[in-house]
Design a protein around this ligand. Sequence first.
Ligand code: GLN
Length: 230
Amino acid sequence: MCRHLAWLGAPRSVSSLVLDPPCGLLRQSYAPRRQKRGLLNADGWGVGLYGPAGEVARWRSARPLWSDASFASIAPLLSSGAVLAAVRSATVGMPPDETAAAPFTDGRWLLSHNGKVSRAALPPSPAAESTCDSAILAAHVFDAGPDDVVATLRAVAAADPDAYLNVLMTDGAQIVGVTWGDELSYLVEPDGVVVASEPWDDDPRWVEVPDRHLIRVTSAGVTVTDLELT
Ligand code: GLN
């Protein structure tokens, strides 16, 4: 499984969110601490963020995050109040190029999928950015409406009961995350909230979101709901 992270709050630099934390995504690209499947996440990475007018911008790469020296030099200059980033461990048979790296977007939402789903369980979508399972899943979530993400995932799981469907997404004003085969953790900071596959440090304030839960972060706070109750 890949690893992903989202930030919502006051603007922070991409380097402070992705590169600097001692056990953050950079470290998770070669030494994740809580990853259940796969030893490292070296098959590309990506980050998406929102500009002042709500415009979406992405930097994605097929290279390991640790080797992207040019990005590391500009990351301190990129700041946003809503950021979503992921490092990738490609599922066997999926394309290796950067178009298969999360986050995917419909121009408004950014979405990262950690896991795998049989492409036979996903009807083709012309809107998919890649033939990667995660890109097709993202297109279905966007098509159905991100508010209905749980219903979309349930339909996919009905077609592929072995699917891992961990999803993290943002529209710049909220973060929505679903655990389906893995966990998430979140940390409430004075200036915002970070949601991540695994804590980026050993701060005891990190809170775990168990498997099969929905987390929603808005300016009003954090809610976590058991999927059984949605
Ligand atoms: N299936 C997706 C891919 O191939 C995600 C893989 C993962 O979560 N490790 O990129």
